[in-house]
Write a protein that binds this ligand. Structure first.
Ligand code: SF4
Length: 132
């Protein structure tokens, strides 16, 4: 068993945690006592942050609906599909017809890139999950 330092993925606070890894699987978390953000504390979500890692219901590849069924596809196919759909919607209905939601689970840099992409498309519709 080993402890692996990490950051909680659930919100923008960024609490430090130690992943408990046994037989190459994450089986639990402990608060990181010397981490400057949380100083050894975790909220309820943080204490359960390990539970999704090996969950059988976790999505590990993109899905596209084909003939009414969700089908696993490669990232290249999913990105091409999404880009084509976005281009088509903007061409047919204008940039106001698309919008983007950022997330507290992303880094500041990822959220910055998302809003830049939104503005690149010409859309003013960018928001954040904290306002939902
Ligand atoms: S432990 Fe709670 S407060 Fe800290 S980052 Fe995770 S979700 Fe946010």
């Amino acid at each position: 068993m080993k402890l692996v330092p990490s950051i909680c993925p659930y919100c923008g606070t960024g609490c430090g945690m130690l992943l408990i890894v046994k037989d190459e699987k994450v089986v639990g978390v402990e608060p990181w006592e010397r981490h400057p953000i949380n100083e050894g504390k975790l909220c309820l979500k943080g204490w359960s942050a390990h539970q999704f890692v090996h969950h059988p219901g976790r999505l590990t590849s993109p899905l596209i609906r084909k003939n009414g069924e969700l089908v696993e596809v490669s990232w290249d196919e999913a990105l091409d599909f999404t880009a084509d759909k976005l281009k088509g919607i903007v061409a047919e209905h204008g940039a106001d017809a698309v919008g983007f939601l950022a997330s507290a689970k992303c880094t500041n840099e990822e959220n910055y890139v998302l809003q830049k992409f939104c503005r690149y498309l010409g859309s003013p519709n960018v928001d954040h999950c904290a306002r939902l």
